[in-house]
Ligand binder design. Structure first.
Ligand SMILES: Cc1cc2nc3c(=O)[nH]c(=O)nc-3n(C[C@H](O)[C@H](O)[C@H](O)COP(=O)(O)OP(=O)(O)OC[C@H]3O[C@@H](n4cnc5c(N)ncnc54)[C@H](O)[C@@H]3O)c2cc1C
Ligand SMILES: NC(=O)c1ccc[n+]([C@@H]2O[C@H](COP(=O)([O-])OP(=O)(O)OC[C@H]3O[C@@H](n4cnc5c(N)ncnc54)[C@H](O)[C@@H]3O)[C@@H](O)[C@H]2O)c1
Length: 468
């Protein structure tokens, strides 16, 4: 029976454990915190739970247009309840995952893991585990080790979070009151999501973006919609603004930018990326040299450079998403246990930015098409032309669809809509299964529905060459 040790119990680790157990392996997960990892306890799950509350509040502001009068003066955010719900849900989700993997026969150790091979190049590996409960150390022998240790918020030396005024996103849920004025440093996905959520909570927000727009790595048209919404709601975006340091002041914080500008706020939220948890796990004992930024280099079946050692999730820096982490973890185990396995295909990954409106993407980007890197035909349909959107009072948002010029095979798309995370699935299905725009065009969508814009985009990309 293969002995498998998994270092870290986030989505990469626990999904891998489920696959390995299903294939009859002897599996141990070592997790220093809680199962579900940072994803469930501090990052993805808490932020989306918080956003569920902020979104509910925002919807109330839009009810007037639909003829429903609400007394917004009577509406208040009960922050302790919101935070209690966030933390409670995260803990419950973690407990569910723990129960599930234990039911499958996986041994779960609460402790810290590191390699302790006597020398690099051995066929089997040794992992030393320091138990959290009593500090005792146990050595585990493994035929296969999966490194799935995740990542931690990056700290700018001049802006070290203090948990009171200068915060990372994991410390937000300990605040007892909403900030008066929140400066969000960094306008990547994390920064944009929190800027959107706190704006909806009624907080004055200033986004400090080192680039010339928010969401520099996302679709430019989608980012423009978000900037328009930010501007309408009074959120300021300071562009080409690199924060050098953040200092505490009498009233709150002062964010000092590299060009000399200073932004005053009550609190600063640092969203300047994450660093992989790859230090202090004994990589040198197995002969793994971390790549740039400390990430572990892996191939498309999650192999590291060392036989018997796989890595998955944020510690590899391959698209830092829970869905990708899980798939990398499963693929690692299928490969290690000799199952037929398809290498991961990043061009088929669907992702969503949980702002309001949401921004969902899959496949080839508009930028790759515009730069000539990928030839494609494209269509962009504003939601303003969709009957259901009009009924719902939606004025912003769009559906984009991209297909191969000759065959019409769908290669990507973007949806900007309140429920984009749900609407992207038909496009993701098409990309994954190489369906054509004709397949989408001939599929019945419900009338009236937002998904009708996806089938309509398919129809508009159909070629009528055979009628020529
Ligand atoms: C604010 C925020 C929101 C996000 N929202 C989304 C989203 O909506 N959708 C999405 O797909 N992705 C989202 N992500 C990304 C997602 O959270 C990560 O991609 C995901 O957590 C990666 O999973 P993982 O298993 O690699 O690592 P993690 O979830 O970080 O888990 C790794 C675990 O390993 C443990 N560990 C580390 N070192 C050791 C050790 N030596 N011994 C034992 N245990 C150890 C850590 O404590 C941690 O619990 C978000 C990220 C952030 C920051
Ligand atoms: N909904 C989701 O799926 C979701 C949510 C959050 C994060 N994530 C994933 O997590 C990963 C990390 O995202 P992220 O947004 O945390 O990090 P990021 O690295 O993508 O973005 C950080 C941003 O901060 C900027 N920055 C860095 N230093 C700065 C400074 N001194 N001043 C001003 N700006 C500065 C960077 O230029 C960058 O744009 C991404 O892969 C993302 O997809 C996913």
């Amino acid at each position: 029976m293969s002995r498998i040790v998994i270092m870290g119990g986030g989505p990469a680790g626990y999904e891998a454990a489920l696959v390995a157990a299903q294939h009859g392996a002897d599996v141990t997960i070592v997790e220093r915190d809680g199962l579900g990892g940072a994803c469930v306890l501090y990052d993805c799950v808490p932020s989306k739970t918080f956003i569920a509350s902020s979104g509910a509040l925002a919807k109330m502001h839009d009810l007037g247009e639909l003829g429903i009068n609400t007394d917004l003066a009577d509406t208040a955010v009960d922050l302790p309840t919101v935070h209690g719900r966030v933390k409670g849900l995260a803990l419950a989700q973690s407990a569910d995952i723990r129960a599930r993997v234990q039911r499958e026969g996986v041994r779960v150790i609460n402790g810290e893991a590191r390699f302790c091979d006597d020398e690099p190049g051995l066929a089997t590996h040794k992992v030393s585990v320091t138990h959290a409960a009593d500090g005792t150390v146990e050595a585990l022998n493994a035929d296969v080790v999966l490194i799935s240790t995740g990542a931690t918020p990056r700290v700018l030396p001049g802006a070290v979070p203090d948990g009171e005024r200068i915060l990372d996103w994991r410390q937000l849920y300990d605040l007892t009151d909403l900030p008066e004025h929140l400066a969000v440093i960094g306008s990547g996905v994390t920064g944009a999501e929190f800027a959107s959520a706190y704006t909806e909570m009624g907080v004055k927000v200033t986004v400090v973006s080192s680039r010339d727009r928010v969401l520099p790595h996302e679709d430019a048209d989608a980012a423009a919609v978000l900037e328009e919404v930010f501007s309408q709601r009074g959120t300021t975006v300071a562009k080409r603004a690199r924060a050098e340091r953040v200092e505490r002041t009498e009233k709150g914080v002062a964010v000092h930018l590299a060009d000399g500008r200073v932004i005053e706020a009550s609190h600063a939220l640092m969203t300047v990326g994450s660093v992989p948890n790859t230090k202090d796990i004994g990589l040198e004992r197995v002969g793994i040299e971390p790549g740039p930024g400390g990430f572990i280099t892996v191939d498309r079946v999650s192999r590291t450079s060392v036989p018997g050692v796989y890595a998955a999730g944020d510690c590899t820096g391959v698209l830092m998403l829970a869905s990708v982490a899980s798939m990398q973890g499963r693929i690692a185990m299928w490969h290690a246990l000799g199952e037929g396995v398809a290498p991961i295909k990043l061009k088929t990954v669907a992702a969503n930015v949980f702002t309001h409106p949401e921004i969902a993407t899959v496949g080839i980007s508009q930028q790759a098409i515009d730069s000539g890197e990928v030839p494609a035909r494209t269509i962009m349909l504003p939601l303003a032309t969709n009957a259901r959107a009009k009924m719902e009072g939606l004025r912003r948002g769009f559906v984009k669809l991209f297909c191969r010029p000759a065959t019409g095979v769908v290669v990507g798309g973007v949806v900007v809509a309140p429920t984009a995370s749900e609407l992207i699935l038909p496009i993701a299905l098409a990309v994954q299964n190489q369906l054509t725009v004709d397949h989408l065009a001939l599929t019945f969508s419900v009338y009236p529905s937002l998904s009708g814009s996806i089938t309509e985009a398919g129809r508009q990309l159909m070629r009528h060459d055979d009628l020529d």
